[in-house]
Design a protein. Structure first.
Length: 366
């Protein structure tokens, strides 16, 4: 089998194809934030590659196997970043296609929450691989050939018990399949070694690391560095929020409906022997996402939207400022729960989302 030719053909189709991202949305008062599942722009062509491979080898070829072949051949062509994207998609599928969507209001609150008091044992990934969707996010990555693009998607992968890797994706608008990326990893042994903490790591170590690239304008280095640091703040606070009692987690019904339909299609395929019907069902299935999308902080997003509607934008922007949030351990030894003291905006005609704390049970072990 000439797997290379098949895989490269699928990638070539991808580069010229129209974006087919499946979308979900969260209504927040009069606003609506949409997300695109980044992998869904790639998936139809991965499945097409799997179909071609099946004809060559005379056996079923899984989506993951097709991804592996495509990634391998991308590397052979020198497309290491493209191959990494496909490899992350592979492990994400194996881990259950989990996506956490963080809207603008909660994202801003996470950014304004300090990480000085967070113990290492509190940082735990919910899956070996998951994705974070960032709707309406202004953070940008830079491409020398295509300029600035906004981040919409992030792969997070557990590389080892103490290390996780991150790949930020900024799709190129109007150029399907093309993207700018930011790739880095964090070793908790390094972060917490010699009595360190996440806040000092962010303010010193990561800033120096991301500004070390040669041949990149200093202004670009500063903004790209800030994008990475801001996302790490969001990621760590997201991990803590997921463990908290009373966390506001809502699964996107549009994506759940697609999962249900995909299961029904598999049942229908087993009940028929008609080739045309099977092909039609397979085409329909290829257009379904299969991702489980969980929105975080729906109440926070709705409250922020109501505040934005009720107060004039210019006055609100001039008079408000953030009072920083943080995580802390209660003084009483009998109460071993990490508490989120939420940030809030002060000033103007009333307060933004404020007055609530979340407690996180202390993980067992060290």
């Amino acid at each position: 089998m000439n797997g290379s030719k098949l895989a490269l053909g699928a990638v070539g189709v991808l580069a010229a194809a129209t974006a087919l991202a499946r979308r979900g949305s969260l209504a927040a008062a009069d606003s609506e934030y949409e997300i695109e599942v980044w992998y869904d722009t790639v998936r139809p062509f991965v499945l097409e590659g799997a179909s071609h491979m099946e004809k060559q080898v005379g056996r079923p070829v899984s989506e993951q196997e097709s991804l592996s072949v495509m990634a391998s051949n991308m590397r052979k062509r020198g497309g290491d970043i493209e191959a990494m994207n496909l490899s992350h998609a592979h492990v994400w599928i194996d881990a259950g296609k989990q996506v956490f969507a963080v809207g603008p209001a909660l994202r801003e609150m996470f950014v304004n929450t300090g990480l000085e008091k967070v113990p290492r044992r509190a940082i735990a990934l919910p899956y070996t691989s998951f994705a974070v969707a960032l709707p309406a996010c202004p953070w940008r990555l830079w491409s020398q050939s295509q300029g600035w693009h906004e981040v919409r998607w992030v792969w997070v992968v557990q590389a080892s018990p103490s290390m996780f890797s991150v790949m930020m994706i900024a799709p190129h608008e109007g150029r399907p399949g093309e993207f700018s990326s930011g790739v880095w990893s964090m070793d908790l042994d390094e972060v917490y070694g010699s009595g360190g903490d996440l806040e000092s790591y962010l303010s010193v170590r990561m800033a120096e690391s991301f500004r070390a690239k040669q041949g990149v304008p200093s202004s670009v280095q500063v903004e790209v560095s800030e994008t990475h640091i801001l996302f790490l703040r969001v990621l760590v606070n997201l991990l803590l929020y997921l463990q908290s009692n009373g966390a506001d987690l809502v699964k996107d019904e549009s994506f759940l409906a697609q999962i249900a339909r995909a299961k029904q299609i598999e049942i229908e395929k087993k009940r028929t022997r008609k080739p045309k019907l099977i092909r039609r069902l397979e085409r329909e299935s290829s257009k379904l996402s299969g991702a489980t999308v969980t929105w975080l902080g729906r109440r926070i997003e709705r409250e922020a939207a109501r505040q934005a509607v009720s107060e004039p934008g210019s006055r609100r922007a001039m008079r408000r400022h953030w009072v920083r949030g943080h995580w802390k351990w209660p003084a009483r030894k009998t109460d071993r729960k990490l508490t989120w003291v939420m940030p809030y905006e002060r000033g103007g005609r009333g307060q933004s989302v404020t007055g609530r704390t979340y407690r996180v049970r202390e993980p067992s072990g060290e």
